[in-house]
Ligand binder design. Sequence first.
Ligand code: NDP
Length: 400
Amino acid sequence: MGRALIIGAGGVASVVVHKCCQNSDVFEEICIASRTKSKCDALKAKLDGGKTKIQTAQVDADNTEMLIDLINEFKPDIVINVALPYQDLTIMDACLATGVDYVDTANYEPLDTAKFEYKWQWDYRERFEKAGITALLGSGFDPGVTGVFCAYAQKHYFDEIHYIDILDANAGDHGYPFATNFNPEINIREITAKGSYIENGEWVETEPLEIKKVYDFPEIGQKDIYLLHHEELESLALNIKGIKKIRFWMTFSEKYLTHLKVLENVGMTSIEPIEFEGKQIVPLQFLKAVLPDPASLGPRTKGKTNIGCIMQGVKDGKELTYYVYNVCDHEECYKEVGSQAISYTTGVPAMIGAMMVMTGKWKKPGVFNVEEFDPDPFMEALNKWGLPWKESFAPTLLED
Ligand code: NDP
């Protein structure tokens, strides 16, 4: 049916490529492009010979002109951005210049600040509308599936949703003392930033990892969870009716947090450039270079993830509680696509988001977050493409 240009060749991109190749009715031809072409070629070598035709290209996605040339040459129907959040705007600019739809999994961030907000990308709304093209923002798991879960609950079960807790648990073990499950630089920037949540329309800020609770997750058991700032809070608070409070929680082990504290204490997680042997380096980027590559964790990781949303609200005047979640097994993911579950749970929804736009189900001129579209075809696709979800109307709540 169409052609997709996939930018990035890391952990998440690898899953997107595998899933596009499984879905060759929609993705007839793909082009994988990143700065290091050999990574793209290695992915192509794994999957060549199937129904989806694969090309590769070298591109620096910080360079809009180079992107425009590549888009004009390959002529994709959609660009799937699974490079880094720093490239979101240059890629959106290239899509505007060429009239091609856009999908990503993480909001734009400038290199020198870690703010996690949609302002920059929402500023493109009018330009995408005028160009008649769609930008779908945050089509990973969180953001992504979590937004679709909320839209589904709003559509089918609630008149108003008052409280949402998004719970992201990873009970996987890769055997390393310290490693991150996706790009270490992006991951550590997120965790070491101040926490925050939205209550009665206002952001409430906390110190990093200040609020901790314990939750007993279906299928993975009891875990420590910490309140984090997360980008989908901003869009869901606007797009879901009746929100009084919305929070985001993630699990971390004692071991992980102890390592992180030490690295923070010695300045290794800083994004302020320092002078080292006559060169400017960013300590966090250096740390990234010495940590295990997330793409290499696949064969070592055992255990499961559980990511979902607990919601409380009203239907026909009656109070209602609802929990919807996906459980994903690291080893099963590795067997299927050669990646661990964090890459898998991000890459599958990125492919599905692109499919929604390409098949016209979510095609509308402008810039949108996932919860602004009809959740039903996406929820159906999650079940079909490897991320089945479960629901409960009597979950344990997070006490205040
Ligand atoms: P990786 O670091 O594994 O991969 C990033 C890829 O981007 C690399 O292949 C890199 O290749 C490429 N890249 C970086 N800079 C450029 C550039 N200037 N031009 C072209 N390519 C570039 O990251 P992940 O795969 O773990 O993460 C990918 C994205 O997914 C990130 O934005 C992350 O925030 C997001 N994510 C979203 C989640 C969600 O649930 N929504 C969860 C997890 C991740 P090279 O260096 O060769 O160019």
